[in-house]
Design a protein around this ligand. Structure first.
Ligand code: INI
Length: 156
């Protein structure tokens, strides 16, 4: 927190020292999600999170991410949860339901628990687009998810 003549500013930090993090990762499209996981680990360790403080929880697909993320957030064992998945339109007729329910469930998990649940789920039209965002030319969404950082806690 910093104070100035224009008021009080709350900001997050990218310091990961001492943080305990759960990563929930979907197996579906694991060619993509393994890379997201690699990126997320890299992002956490580069910002001071201890490797021993990172737990990885595998689930079948993106649809299962909310429940496991909620359980991890409720456990009291973690300061934050990162959910990683890849929903690819070309591979399913129920893309909207899987991607939409996943996003809604992850939001609910963080609002119900007060523990940040980071949305590291790709939703793309093609596998190529997903690969580009999983360490290819468009960066790595897993790394970005790890850099969401510690959210500010404004005084109430
Ligand atoms: N799960 C994904 O993570 N990505 C997808 O693209 C996908 N498609 O294409 O269907 C997908 N489906 C599985 C779903 O997440 C559940 O695991 C399954 O429906 C069982 O509940």
């Amino acid at each position: 927190m910093t104070s100035s003549s224009s008021g009080v500013r709350y900001d997050g930090t990218l310091r990961g020292d001492g943080l305990r993090v759960a990563i929930a990762c979907a197996r579906f499209n694991d060619l993509v999600t393994e890379r997201l996981l690699e990126g997320a680990r890299d992002g956490l360790l580069r910002h001071g999170v201890d490797e021993a403080s990172v737990s990885v929880i595998w689930v079948p697909g993106a649809f299962e991410l909310p429940l496991v993320s909620l359980r991890a957030a409720q456990s009291g064992e973690y300061d934050a949860v990162i959910a990683l998945g890849a929903v690819i339109r070309g591979e399913t007729g129920h893309y909207e339901q899987v991607a939409g329910q996943c996003a809604a469930g992850l939001m609910r998990a963080q609002l119900d628990t007060g523990i940040p649940v980071v949305f590291g789920v790709l939703a793309t039209d093609t596998l190529d687009q997903a690969m580009a965002r999983a360490g290819g030319k468009a960066g790595n969404k897993g790394f970005e998810a790890a850099l969401t950082g510690q959210l500010p806690k404004p005084a109430v």
